[in-house]
Design a protein around this ligand. Structure first.
Ligand SMILES: C[S@@+](CC[C@H](N)C(=O)[O-])C[C@H]1O[C@@H](n2cnc3c(N)ncnc32)[C@H](O)[C@@H]1O
Length: 214
């Protein structure tokens, strides 16, 4: 089953994923600067909509090693709930939160976002680097909207003649598909989801959708 393969893959690569942000070596920083510009663009756009964080609440879906959650906790968020179905990602996130003294305001849940009932809403819902692996993107986006009383942000990989077939092949070999989106598709997603307004920003190799509920 695809979800089990995705969760196993990210579980195995949790430490590597964290290196995108922490203790990054000079060669990796150079590689990321050239080939992974979208990582920084996604970060900057998310923080543009998230900050100031003081007193606010966030849900960070597919939180990975918890970098966004921890940054928002450090910026004064009242509560950040990070969710990931890869257990080792959640372990690393919790450890990082503990090391930074943020365990009281950064909580982490291991589980499939689509199956969780969080029993509350948040000021902002975030899903960065996640829709690449989501088969039912409309239901996922709709669930994010239902959880947010303010802003919803998510990144989406765009179609490309080179990256797309290479990534599709790479992940097919690992046992799961990867999804790509067109601007029209995202406009229609946002238009049909009952948002008060939305904006689509261009990323290197994709899109960043920002929705506002009120
Ligand atoms: C590429 S990582 C991005 C991590 C983090 N958001 C970041 O940008 O640093 C994608 C993460 O989404 C998680 N994920 C994908 N689908 C999920 C789902 N349905 N429920 C929970 N986590 C999911 C994966 O396990 C993986 O850790």
């Amino acid at each position: 089953m695809a979800k089990a393969s995705i969760s196993a893959y990210f579980g195995e690569h949790a430490v590597d994923w964290g290196k995108h942000y922490q203790g990054t070596s000079v060669p990796r920083r150079m590689f990321n600067g050239i080939f992974r510009r979208a990582l920084k663009q996604r970060w900057d756009l998310t923080m543009k909509h998230a900050l100031p964080a003081a007193g606010k609440t966030y849900v960070d879906i597919g939180c990975g090693t918890g970098e966004y959650s921890i940054a928002l906790g450090e910026a004064g968020a009242a509560l950040v709930t990070g969710i990931d179905f890869a257990g080792p990602m959640i372990d690393l996130s919790r450890r990082l939160a503990e090391a930074r003294g943020l365990s009281d305001r950064c909580e982490f849940i291991a589980g499939d976002f689509m199956k969780l009932d969080l029993g509350r809403t948040y000021d902002m819902a975030i899903a960065v680097g996640v829709f690449d692996y989501v088969a039912d993107y409309e239901a996922f986006w709709q669930k994010m909207i239902a959880l947010s009383t303010g802003v919803i942000v998510a990144s989406f990989p765009g179609h490309s003649p080179v990256r797309e077939p290479v990534r599709k092949l790479r992940y097919r070999r690992k046992g799961f598909p990867v999804y790509f989106y067109s601007r029209d598709q995202l406009e229609s997603l946002a238009n049909s989801s009952g948002l008060a307004k939305f904006a689509i920003e261009i990323l290197d190799g994709g899109y960043f959708l920002v929705g506002f509920t009120g």
